[in-house]
Design a protein around this ligand. Structure first.
Ligand code: HEM
Length: 162
């Protein structure tokens, strides 16, 4: 049996230079990984929400690139730039279901993407549970309010309003 007795740690034999103190007769102690699930650990009540949220940020980001760049081109660059924007321009655009759906998708995706991003920021930086609760309460209220109001405007816009 090759034992290189070293008591550098003060708690007993440790691995020496080159040779191990552990053999078949003297196996190394098995240390359980601290986060390993065993039969005794309580059943997880968490679903895959965070994974879905992670994926949503990437997918909505890709779609937002197209929607936002298209939006900026149409509103600010093409056809005379910003000077063309007015009630008539908006009325003309929203007469088409294509642009209604474009703007609706941009509204929903940007709001949900931005809200979920801020949820991450709050979870990361607000240390007290109460602070997190209030900040997220405010965030979700503002998000729902803006999505509902924006959706209402897109669908109830009346070009003949006086
Ligand atoms: C235009 C295309 C966009 C792309 C490609 C994009 C992409 C991303 C990605 C991949 C993340 C996740 C980063 C991470 O998990 O570390 C993220 C985070 C975030 N996004 Fe966007 N995003 C876009 C637009 C927007 C818009 C319009 C808003 C606001 C309404 C926004 C607000 C945020 C916020 C607040 C975060 C969290 C930042 C953080 O965790 O530090 N993004 N974005």
């Amino acid at each position: 049996m090759s034992t290189t007795e070293t008591t550098a740690s003060g708690i007993g034999p440790v691995e020496g230079a080159g040779a191990s103190v552990y053999t078949v007769d003297n196996p190394a102690p098995l240390i359980e990984p601290p986060r390993k699930r065993t039969k005794k650990s309580p059943k997880s009540t968490r679903g895959n929400f965070e994974m879905a949220a992670w994926l949503f940020m990437r997918l909505s980001g890709v779609v937002l690139v197209v929607l936002v760049i298209g939006h900026l081109l149409i509103q600010l660059v093409l056809d005379g730039g910003v000077s063309k924007i007015g009630f008539a321009f908006v009325a003309g655009r929203w007469a088409s279901p294509f642009w209604q759906v474009w703007d609706l998708l941009m509204l929903w995706l940007a709001m949900l993407h931005g809200a979920n991003g801020l949820r991450t920021v709050i979870n990361d930086y607000a240390e007290r549970p109460n602070t997190r609760l209030w900040l997220k309460g405010l965030l979700y209220t503002a998000t729902v309010f803006t999505i509902l109001l924006g959706t209402l405007v897109i669908f109830t816009f009346d070009p003949n309003i006086r």
